[in-house]
Each structure stands twice: as C-alpha cells, then as structure tokens.
Design a protein around this ligand. Structure first.
Ligand code: SAM
Length: 286
C-alpha cells in the first residue's frame, strides 16, 4: 500500500445479525493492516470469523487522543486503518468522532462506509410522519437533569430519537410521559436480534405496556417520539405560562392556569416552568 492510498475507513458493524455486515465492510476489514476497535476483545471474534489478519489497537472513549496519534502514525507510514465500534456506526453515541477529526486535521483521508445503525434502523420502521427528526442519543442518567433536557425539546416539531439502556427504560419513559403528555411513542427493542420488537402507541400508555411484561424491559432500545403538534399547542401553552410567571404567579399555579387556558399538558408546563425559573427567565413567584 502506498502512502497516498492509506486511508482511515469508518466501518459500521452489525447490531446483532451478522448478515448485516456489508460486503464492502467485509472486504475492508480483511484487507487493512490495522483495525482500531472500541474494544479489541469484543471485536476479536468478528475479525477472526472474517479471516482478517489485521493487527488491532484500542480506540475507546478514554484514550481517543492517544489512539488518534497512533492511527495518524500508521496512516503516515502508508498503512490503512479501519475504525470500528462494538456495534453499529462509530461516532454515533460511540467513540470515533475525535479520531476522525484528528485524522482529517492531519491531512489524511477518511472514507466512511454506510451500514448498520440503530437510529436509522428504528426510524425506518417507526411510521412517524414528521419530515424531520432530531437525534438526541442518550439522555442524562440523573432524573432531574433528564427532565430538564427533555423540557428543552418540548416545542420542537420534529420526531425525537433517543437511545436507552434496559436499566433506565422505565424511568425514562415515565419522564417522557410527564414532560410531553399526549404523543406517540415508538419503542424499538433488540433490533435485528431474536427478540426484536417494535411497539407503537400513545406515550401515556407506554409505561403500563412496559410494566405488563418484564421481558419488554430487556435488551437495547431506541425510543422515537412524535414531534410537537403543528400549530403549536405547546407553544401557546408556554407563551401563556411565561406571561403568568412574569406576573409573579407561583410555578404550580402558573402551570395549572396555563394548562386550563390552552389545553397543553399540565405536567409538561410544570416541568417547563421549573426549568425557566432555574434558567432565571421565568419572572417572579415560586
Ligand atoms: N453506534 C451505535 C449505532 O450506530 O447505533 C450505537 C452505540 S450506543 C453505545 C448503544 C445504544 O444503541 C444502545 O444502548 C441502544 O440504545 C442502541 N442500540 C444498539 N443496538 C440496538 C439494537 N439492536 N436495538 C435497539 N437499540 C440498539
């Protein structure tokens, strides 16, 4: 391999079904002299199965800077490197972005391969009608920070996409219901795997649906939420809420009245009022 042809390939790997590894990904992983993996032990069996002779180096969240330096060294020596994460597309709620940025800054070529990604897989089967979507990834793990983050998304007329782990699925769905009220939630679980399931229904009923069968709380999740309704009930609710807070009404009373006046969800307005007060923009009265 000549110096000019050395590139960093960004290679998506299967979420759970080996049949989803593309032919091109296979060829790259077989032909490159180096694979930079999020977890070299985890990716070992995949590389072995492909008959890859590549040497591996670790590129995870805690060593991305050093990993980038090593990768650039290899590229400048004329050796191509494939970057992979444990599953799916590197850089999507996974390490990879820092490596890619450093490699590009060093003037080396980056070649991305299309392939498996939990986000696009879930979205393609969601049936949500919004033209636009916002990929949020993982929400904060602490409840108050999570609700705060969610309240900032209330008015967006886009489908919202979140990644979530099994041990937090119940609390996150509960918070979604508290903050957003009446919306459609799609719960995409264990995509491409044996127990794949895609459930769609009203957000307010989703918590009960999850609790009905503990198996529904297992595995890996993508949560997709419909956007704020066009015409902006939520927007009107917030407008009235801000007026009431500015008049000095306490948070609880302002939320209750704004909900009664506009029909927007009371819980969501309450969370929003708290967030506004914390940010110092909600006027007086607590
Ligand atoms: N880079 C990956 C991608 O391209 O989708 C995502 C990596 S992130 C560390 C892992 C999260 O992705 C999981 O917690 C889950 O939210 C989502 N995920 C990964 N595999 C999944 C699957 N088979 N079904 C549903 N969600 C999945």
């Amino acid at each position: 391999m000549t110096e000019e042809s050395a590139v960093l390939y960004v290679v998506p790997t299967p979420l759970g079904n080996m049949g989803d590894l593309t032919r091109r990904a296979e060829e790259v992983l077989r032909s490159v002299p180096w694979v930079a993996a999020e977890d070299t032990r985890h990716s070992g069996p995949l590389l072995k199965q492909l008959g890859s002779q590549a040497r591996t180096l670790a590129a995870h969240h805690h060593n991305e800077h050093e990993a980038a330096a090593r990768i650039i060294e290899r590229l400048q020596a004329g050796e191509s490197v494939a970057l992979i994460s444990d599953a799916g597309t590197p850089g999507i709620s996974d390490p990879g972005a820092k490596v890619v940025a450093a490699v590009r800054a060093a003037g080396c070529k980056v070649v991305p391969l299309p392939g498996p990604c939990a986000l696009t897989t879930a979205l393609s089967a969601s049936g949500l009608l919004e033209e636009h979507f916002l990929f949020y990834g993982f929400l904060p793990s602490k409840g108050s920070q999570r609700r705060q983050a969610l309240t900032e998304l209330i008015e967006l007329p886009y489908a919202l996409a979140f990644y979530e782990a099994p041990h937090r699925i119940l609390e996150t769905v509960a918070d979604l219901a508290t903050v957003f009220g009446e919306r459609t939630l799609v719960i995409a679980r264990e995509l491409t795997k044996m127990f794949e399931s895609i459930h769609s229904g009203p957000l307010t009923a989703a918590l009960d649906w999850l609790k009905e069968d503990s198996n529904r709380q297992r595995g890996e999740f993508v949560l997709l939420l419909s956007g704020a309704p066009a015409g902006g009930d939520d927007g009107e609710g917030e407008r009235v809420l801000k007026l009431l807070l500015a008049e000095g009404l306490p948070v609880k009373q302002a939320a209750k009245l704004a909900s009664a006046i506009t029909g927007a969800a009371k819980n969501a307005l309450y969370e929003r009022a708290l967030a506004l007060k914390e940010a110092g923009g909600g006027g007086g009265g607590g």
